[in-house]
Design a protein around this ligand. Sequence first.
Ligand SMILES: [Zn+2]
Length: 50
Amino acid sequence: MKDDSDKDSTCTICGKPSKEMICEPCRIKIRGEALEHKKEEEKAGRVDKK
Ligand SMILES: [Zn+2]
């Protein structure tokens, strides 16, 4: 088996070369979206309860 550790990996989100599976900008974006989604869910839950 060949060692592909020399091969450059790419971000699974934007496809740009990245040392990690998800590059930092994408990670930050995902984190922000997740937080927003959580907020909206909480809000919706409150409205739905009433
Ligand atoms: Zn990316």
